[in-house]
Design a protein around this ligand. Structure first.
Ligand code: ATP
Length: 237
């Protein structure tokens, strides 16, 4: 069953046609990645899905429900969470307060407490830094917090925008391992937008390649990782 379907999506910024009639789908349980160069339209696609921008046309559905143009905060309640590019954590709140904010749509206090403990098991560094102001943590820790905060809403589908951006290679590996774990152990379906095509293809089931607002190729992530054109254009030869 498809958890997300995007049909004939078009996004404009004024006269700029940023997303040109793209369609794709994600099945429950998959990790799907959208790869592409700077400016290919990856972030615009995510923003259209999560209600942060209004598409000119097209239809987006979540679990069979039309969510085109639904406001971002309503989508959280429908099981979709977004880890934005640049993290956007609350820098002057503590780690714990950030995580509590992630659960603001829920009122099942006992379960929230249990989920917090699970999160601290999964991210021991966040547990150690519970009371630290989020803005004083390293980039990698802030990225972990952004992911953990999104998980506190108990999403079925997680949209992630460039989680590896600005991180040292060793942290990039840790982030990608965490994404795999969230998918396998917490049963969260993932739409991953990445410029780091190599890492993204290594954990994804399927991929779509965006170029100047169009999907130019799609398929099994392993096959794409071994495709000569993809290697040349996105994997450094
Ligand atoms: P990046 O990795 O650099 O974020 P991307 O693949 O996510 O790239 P988008 O940010 O979606 O690409 O941008 C797609 C196109 O839309 C680009 O040509 C970009 O310049 C343009 N664009 C994005 N946001 C705006 C905006 N607010 N106003 C005008 N043009 C925009």
């Amino acid at each position: 069953m498809n958890i997300l379907e995007v049909n004939d999506l078009n996004v404009y910024y004024g006269a700029i046609h940023a997303i040109k009639n793209i369609s794709f789908e994600i099945k429950k349980g998959e990790i799907v990645t959208l790869i592409g160069a700077n400016g290919a339209g990856k972030t615009s696609t995510l923003h259209a899905i999560s209600g942060l921008i209004t598409p000119r046309s097209g239809e987006i559905s979540l679990n069979g429900m039309n969510i085109t143009n639904k406001e971002a905060h309503k989508l959280l309640g429908l099981g979709m969470a977004h880890v934005p590019e640049g993290r956007r954590i609350f820098t002057n709140l503590t780690v714990l307060e950030n995580l509590e904010m992630g659960a603001f749509i829920r009122n099942d206090k006992d379960k929230i407490k249990k989920d917090l403990n699970n999160i601290f098991d999964m991210f021991p560094r966040l547990a150690e830094r519970k009371k630290q102001l989020a803005g004083t943590m390293s980039g990698g820790e802030q990225q972990m917090l952004a992911i953990a905060r999104a998980l506190m809403s108990r999403p079925e589908l997680l949209l992630m925008d460039e989680p590896s951006m600005g991180l040292a290679p060793i942290l990039v590996q840790e982030i990608f391992k965490t994404i795999e774990k969230i998918n396998k152990e917490n049963n969260v379906t993932i739409l991953l937008v990445e410029q780091n095509a190599h890492m993204a293809l290594s954990i994804a089931n399927r991929a779509y390649v965006l170029e100047t607002g169009k999907i130019i190729m799609s398929g099994d992530a392993n096959e794409l990782a071994n495709n000569d054109d993809i290697k040349k254009a996105y994997l450094g030869g």
